[in-house]
Design a protein around this ligand. Structure first.
Ligand SMILES: [Zn+2]
Length: 365
């Protein structure tokens, strides 16, 4: 009998999927369906205790370029050396007003999810609230922005969103904005692409520190990463990224970046997207769970199990067929156990490391 762990997860795009594919309706979320990766029945079946619910603003002109379908299939090509390469054109920066309207509707959707859940979903704002939601068996939802396009450079909106429950912020999704520059979807390539944070981006980090909002480094380019590292008073966190040494995507972290995260007491959430796992960078779902295990072992060996967590990218990426969706999590934890991770390691990886880092980051609360 394999043990079912409570999994706190670094990143999902379930709000985006419900917003785009379900017209903002929550029926399928509560009743369950075979669409996407997360709904309440499947979450309960898989031991999914909750995590970061991303508010991501899709591009208004070309939704394809930012949805689940954006990852390379036919767009990739094989070079004379046999290596398959791809580069997806980056969508244009978003306007503040459009971003704000979209963010509002997605936050409202998360509030509706909590309100209609009869106590089965709880938006958490403190580390104590997070721990009690998990203890009560409620799905703990942390409000996260993937990209700061809806925040003005005077930071007024940041304070309002904090009051509305925002507790985690990715300065950029891959497209650039007023605060910084992200990494492209390209293979093979490193994350050292483009300039660091703008002055507004640096002030944004300071303001997040002062409020107790976690700054997420996933999607940020390397110069921006080091700007945050030099400035922040909180542990460094990448919510959904893997090891660049094993898969040369700019979305993954170099050894130096991994070391810096560990030295700060932070954490990396492993991303299950097949194109960020496989050594060949291909977006092929016929990918074994052992690819996730390979990244877990590499990171545990390099930076220690205290700095390793999970960050699925459910509902925003292509999952290995063996995992399929959130209900498949016990198969993943069993595979990690088979690879030598102890029960204590798995408790850390599945939720304790996240709780430790969030307790420190949200310490003002
Ligand atoms: Zn992402």
């Amino acid at each position: 009998m394999t043990k079912k762990y409570s999994v706190l997860d670094g990143h999902n795009d379930t709000l985006l999927r419900l917003f785009e594919k379900e017209g903002g309706h929550l029926h399928s979320f509560f009743q369950g369906s075979d669409q996407g990766h997360i709904d309440l029945p499947r979450a309960q079946a898989g031991g999914f205790a909750g995590g970061f619910f991303a508010v991501f603003v899709p591009n208004p002109r070309d939704k394809q370029a930012t949805s689940t379908d954006s990852y390379p299939g036919s767009a990739s090509r094989k070079g004379a050396d046999g290596v398959i390469r791809y580069e997806i054109p980056m969508p244009k920066p978003l306007g503040y007003e459009y971003a704000t309207r979209t963010v509002m509707s997605m936050i409202r959707l998360l509030y509706a999810m909590e309100a209609q859940s009869k106590g089965r979903v709880a938006i958490v704002r403190t580390a104590d609230g997070l721990e009690s939601a998990i203890a009560d068996g409620a799905l703990a939802a942390i409000l996260h922005f993937e990209g700061a396009e809806a925040i003005d450079t005077d930071m007024n909106a940041l304070h309002v969103y904090y009051a509305a429950g925002l507790r985690s912020l990715g300065i950029v999704w891959s497209r650039h904005n007023a605060f910084g520059y992200g990494v492209p979807f390209k293979y093979p390539a490193g994350p050292d692409i483009g300039p660091g944070l703008t002055d507004a981006g640096k002030r944004l980090v300071d303001e997040c520190n002062a409020l107790g909002i976690m700054v997420d480094l996933s999607h940020l380019n390397e110069a921006g990463f080091w700007d945050v590292a030099a400035r922040t008073s909180a542990p460094l966190v990448a919510t959904h990224s893997n090891a660049h040494a094993l898969c040369a995507s700019p979305r993954n972290l170099t050894d130096k970046q991994l070391d810096a995260i560990a030295e700060s007491g932070g954490v990396v959430g492993l991303n299950y997207h097949v194109g960020f796992l496989r050594a060949d960078g291909r977006s092929d779902q016929d990918t074994s769970l052992s690819e996730i295990v390979r990244h877990a072992l590499y990171m545990a060996d390099r930076i220690g199990v205290d700095h390793l967590a999970l960050g699925s990218d459910f509902d925003g990426a292509k999952m290995p067929t063996d995992l399929k969706d959130v209900a498949g999590l016990p198969r993943l934890t069993a595979a990690l156990q088979d690879a030598g991770f102890s029960d204590d390691d798995l408790l850390k990886i599945t939720h304790r490391n996240w709780i430790r880092v969030l307790r420190e980051t949200w310490r003002q609360n």
